[in-house]
Design a protein around this ligand. Structure first.
Ligand code: BES
Ligand code: MN
Ligand code: MN
Length: 463
């Protein structure tokens, strides 16, 4: 029987070339200028799924970007794995900070990727990781080793909130029935310290506008006499966190599920070097909520961050002006039991309440999603752990992640299924940043590990 590792060795160059073709398409979902590239990407994904052995491959149009679906049902009696991924990517900005063109993939060696890493927007998040599943399917169908049924649903709006996918899922429950959902869109601790993400944070994404006088004013004639919206906005934002870096919005922590001392103790066992962490980011010290470790702050604790702030004059030279308006985009990461709509409402009420009378405040909610947790005694988790044991030679460490994939909680509420997050990226792979990359070793390791998951999940399901 052909082993994944032998098949990969034979087809490695083609696996890379095909991924390069996908990475060359700038499928940026946030910017409508890329609409045609988004559609071309969906078509390429559909073509490759079909070539890899999928049947009923369909591109479902939505009010936004299309969803690619395909399946291979070998026997209705056997379990069904639903693979989810996304073909859309974050904008490449700031483009000047890339060492190579974001949509012209190249392989370069790095300290953490001595076998080379693929540099391109979407290399890790999520085209590279999604495509591992397509190639794993090719292996299983070509070598007659597909042990169960499989469905693929690859969307094009993950990076902008998956709103249309939510509608699609609710309307296509019968099509999407499954026993487990499998996603590669997260990371692991290190290539020699594999880990499986057992939780995702929720998200509440807000935008605020502070309006003062009805026009921009001369800052000499009016300065000191009227509220400057930028001064006010920054003051209001600063007040959202106290001296212990706790969020001051009344009720914000009310529903937060605290971890037991034993759970925190277990978390602290994961290998982590604060020194290396600071060094990698070029910072003198970490910063965050008092009473929690860095790994707790970025996974099991809720946060509030300004993602963008603008207003007034930012061009060359100087201009003495009191702007009429100031704006900010603010997001909150949420943890189990916090409801994103409730948090959005609390934010809005509080933000309006703290504004002085001299300005008007408008608050809008962009999108959001609930957090998610996978229990480690779930058959899906056990199958994934066995797969990693096979291919990495060690058991993976379960680890709660800090990022968000809002559709995962919706999969649970709409389809009643649990999700296994088998991510093969590293935190240092610079997803969403300039010079995003994905290790060649990681790409191939994913292709090798995924069929082992299918094998173990089918076996465990028989018990
Ligand atoms: N793949 C990421 C999420 C992720 C990355 C989770 C690494 C855990 C580890 C996903 O594409 C993403 O970027 N999600 C967004 C949320 C979305 C609603 C914009 C995020 O987390 O900011
Ligand atoms: Mn992603
Ligand atoms: Mn992303």
């Amino acid at each position: 029987m052909t082993q994944p590792i032998d098949y990969i060795k034979t087809h490695k160059d083609r696996f890379l070339a095909e991924l390069f073709e996908l990475l060359k398409l700038p499928s940026v979902s946030a910017d409508s200028a890329f609409k045609n590239d988004v559609i071309a990407t969906a078509e390429l994904v559909a073509k490759q799924l079909e070539k890899a052995g999928c049947e009923h491959v369909t591109i479902y149009p939505t009010a936004g970007n299309p969803i690619v679906y395909g399946e291979k049902i070998i026997n209705p009696e056997l379990p069904t794995v639903l693979v989810y991924g996304h073909y859309d990517v974050q904008p490449a900005d700031p483009i000047d900070l890339w060492d190579s063109a974001p949509f012209d993939p190249i392989i370069k060696k790095t300290d953490l990727h001595p076998d080379g890493a693929i540099f391109a927007r979407g290399a890790c998040d999520d085209k590279g990781q999604m495509y591992m599943h397509v190639k794993a399917l090719e292996f299983m169908t070509q070598t007659d080793q597909l042990p169960c049924n499989v469905k693929y649903m690859i969307e094009g709006e993950e990076e902008v909130g998956s709103k249309n996918l939510g509608i699609f899922v609710a309307e296509n429950k019968a099509l999407l029935t499954n026993d487990i959902i499998l996603i590669s869109d997260t990371g692991m601790i290190a290539n020699d310290v594999p880990s499986i993400t057992t939780g995702l944070r929720g998200l509440s994404y807000m935008e605020v506008a502070v309006t003062g006088p009805n026009r921009d004013l001369h800052s000499g004639l009016y300065g000191g006499a009227v509220a400057n919206p930028i001064n006010i906005l920054t003051k209001m934002i600063a007040s959202l966190q106290d001296d212990n870096n706790r969020i001051t919005i009344p009720g914000f922590y009310d529903d937060v599920l605290e971890l037991s001392a034993a759970e925190r103790e277990a978390m602290a066992q994961a290998p982590f070097s604060l020194e290396a962490y600071c060094q990698a980011l070029d910072i003198a010290e970490v910063y965050g909520e008092k009473g929690y470790s860095t790994n707790e702050r970025n996974s099991i604790r809720p946060t509030l961050d300004v993602n963008g702030i603008w207003g007034g004059y930012t061009g060359e030279g100087s201009k003495t002006v009191i702007p009429s308006q100031a704006f900010a985009k603010i997001s909150m990461r949420l943890v189990p039991n916090q409801d994103w709509e409730k948090i959005s409402a609390l934010f809005e009420r509080h933000f309006k309440a703290i504004a002085p009378k001299g300005v008007r405040v408008a608050v809008t909610t962009h999108h959001g999603g609930q957090s998610y947790v996978t229990p480690i005694d779930h058959p899906g988790y056990r199958a994934a752990a066995a797969a990693y044991q096979d291919t990495f030679g060690v058991a993976p460490i379960p680890q709660r992640g800090g990022g968000s994939i809002p559709i995962v909680a919706l999969f649970e509420s709409e389809l009643g299924s649990k999700t296994i997050l088998m991510g093969f990226g590293l935190d240092s792979d610079a997803i969403h940043s300039p010079n995003e990359h994905f290790g060649v070793w990681n790409y191939l390791k994913g292709i090798e590990t995924i069929p082992r998951f299918f094998h173990h999940f089918t076996e465990i399901s028989k018990q």
